[in-house]
Design a binder for this molecule. Structure first.
Ligand SMILES: [Zn+2]
Length: 258
């Protein structure tokens, strides 16, 4: 896995918390994995999580909760994404032939048990995370995309972006309505607009008429976008990038963050 086009080592060198090259053997070949991440501006804890196993790579992007909105959870998104990622990896280690959606569903259910006694998991703001997974086996690359962490793959010099379109479809109108004013970022008016947007967004979480994301209900895993791509032949996957929405903004659009 390589850093995506548009995001160069020189660009990330000043911003990364972690970047490492890990050669991983699978099916007699080597896969190079590079991981780069940094906390969101204004956030002391990194609410993203990435991991690499010999044949499974994952990126999770925890949902931030703007102050002072309640979440019903005493732990927070950073706590959640680390445990969810760790349990996806653990589930894969135990059942490496299970569908990716099953691994994710098992992990969501397991993490829920860790705070069901202390937190309100029915709260609409309960910690949640996007999920992007790829598993490289013998002849195919399996993928899973849930919410707005897209997968970018390169095959025979053709780049394809695999997305879960439901989040953008549900939230873009809310974002446009809530942030349509000319209030500067950091102003009280802008913060109030964000809180209003998030409150309305939460009402669309994990609903058929909204969008799906990993949170406390394992049913969300069944709604992930999944599929396979060839790992052999002339149309095989040569490179892939698993992106949070912030990294996607850098790589896929105009090269700036918002
Ligand atoms: Zn909790």
């Amino acid at each position: 896995m390589a850093l995506p086009q548009g995001l160069h080592r020189a660009d990330v060198a000043e911003r990364v918390d972690v970047i490492r090259v890990r050669p991983v053997a699978f099916d007699g070949r080597l896969m190079e994995v590079r991981i780069a991440s940094q906390p969101s501006p204004g956030r002391s804890a990194n609410e993203d999580f990435a991991f690499a196993l010999p044949d499974l790579v994952g990126v999770l992007d925890g949902v931030s909760a703007p102050d002072p909105l309640d979440t019903g959870c005493r732990h927070g998104p950073s706590w959640y994404v680390r445990r969810l990622g760790a349990h996806i990896a653990a589930a894969h280690s135990q059942h490496d032939n299970a569908p990716l959606a099953d691994l994710l569903g098992d992990a969501i259910a397991q993490v829920a048990t860790y705070h069901s006694d202390t937190c309100d998991l029915q709260h609409p703001g309960t910690p949640a995370s996007t999920v992007c997974l790829v598993r490289a086996g013998g002849k195919v690359l399996e993928y899973l995309v849930l919410c707005d962490s897209p997968l970018v793959v390169e095959r025979a010099d053709v780049v394809t972006v695999i997305t879960d379109p439901r989040f953008a479809a549900a939230v873009t109108p809310l974002r446009a309505a809530a942030l349509s004013g000319a209030h500067r970022i950091g102003s009280q008016e802008h913060a109030a607009g964000v809180r209003h947007m998030v409150t309305r967004q939460r009402a669309l979480t994990n609903r058929e008429d909204g969008y799906w994301i990993a949170a406390a209900d394992p049913v969300a895993a069944r709604h992930a976008v999944t599929g396979t791509l060839p790992m052999t032949g002339g149309n095989r996957v040569s490179r892939a990038a698993l992106l949070t929405d912030g990294a996607a903004a850098l790589c896929l659009f105009d090269g700036s963050t918002s």
